[in-house]
Structure formats: structure tokens, C-alpha cells
Design a binder for this molecule. Structure first.
Ligand code: NI
Length: 170
């Protein structure tokens, strides 16, 4: 089922998520399934549970945007265990549609996480995958990419969004 995506301004997006404690449940599997469907329907490469209103540490990523089944990645209770290098590149967010800005991230990220069955694993990624993992893990801590922008750029975007809200277009 394609779920509704919460947009910037919704407090759920800036609330830290709880860790998942029960794995392999139908609820968790359905959530992950629906999150992939929602991400693909919106042409995203990553989606975090708070974006669909669920305050749990669950995120799905597919940097191939559905082209490569092996690229599907589910990170539950993820933790960044290593960051290296730097990259500067354009970043967007399905919860902040229409706004893309350059964001500085680590070039390589190593992440420890659990799968839906509760099995722990480690994954390393660079470039887009590293960026996606850092962006999605931020979401689980209530952090949006706007936080990584200069205060000037952030205020500009906030003002534009306020106008859209007033116009009923957000
Ligand atoms: Ni996002």
C-alpha cells in the first residue's frame, strides 16, 4: 500500500524514533513492504519511517530506484560505525518536495543495522549510497537535511515553505 508522506512542518519529522524491539512481526514486514512501495511510487531512493508517520527506527533505501533488486536495503535500528572522506552534492527529500540543495556528507559510510528478521549485519557504501544512508539515519533522529545547510539558506527555504503553506500549496 502506498502511504501518505508527511511534509516539512509536521512535528513527526523532527521527533527522534524509538528502536524496534520486536522483529519478524507481520506489522514490521508490512511496514517495510509499504515503505518500499511508497518510495518507488514517489521516485525516491530512500525513505524513513517517520516520513510515513511511524516513529520507529526503520528505513528503506534503493539507490537503483527499483532497477536492481539487489540494491534494496532495509536498515533497522541503524548505527553509523564509520565515516570517511567528504562529498558535496545535491540532496533532496520526499518530505521537502521541490527543494534541492548541496549538502556536505562523508564519502564513505559504514553502518551496523538489523534486518526485518532481527539479524545484525554491516553494510558499507560510498557516494550516493553513503549519502542516502546518512540522510535516512538522520531522519530517524528527527534531523532533516535542512539542518546541514547554512542558516541563511535554511531560512530562505523555510520562508518559501511558509508562503506555500499560506497559499494552501504545501
Ligand atoms: Ni528525506
Amino acid at each position: 500500500m502506498v502511504l501518505g508522506i508527511r511534509k516539512y512542518g509536521d512535528p513527526v519529522l523532527e521527533t527522534p524514533c524509538e528502536k524496534v524491539v520486536q522483529f519478524a512481526t507481520a506489522d514490521l514486514k508490512n511496514l517495510v513492504f509499504d515503505m518500499f512501495e511508497t518510495m518507488y511510487a514517489n521516485k525516491g531512493v530512500g525513505l524513513a519511517a517517520p516520513q510515513v508517520g511511524v516513529l520507529q527506527q526503520v528505513t528503506v533505501i534503493d539507490t537503483s530506484a527499483g532497477e536492481d533488486p539487489d540494491a534494496r536495503l532495509v536498515l533497522i535500528n541503524p548505527e553509523i560505525v564509520g565515516l570517511e572522506g567528504q562529498q558535496l552534492g545535491e540532496e533532496g527529500c520526499l518530505s521537502i518536495p521541490g527543494f534541492r540543495e548541496d549538502v556536505r556528507r562523508a564519502m564513505t559510510a559504514r553502518v551496523k543495522a538489523f534486518d526485518v528478521e532481527g539479524k545484525e549485519f554491516e553494510v558499507s557504501g560510498e557516494e550516493l549510497l553513503a549519502r542516502a544512508m546518512q540522510h535516512e539515519i538522520d531522519h530517524l533522529h528527527g534531523i532533516l537535511f535542512l539542518k546541514h545547510l547554512s542558516p541563511l539558506k535554511r531560512d530562505l527555504i523555510r520562508r518559501k515553505i511558509s508562503k506555500l503553506v499560506k497559499a494552501g500549496e504545501w
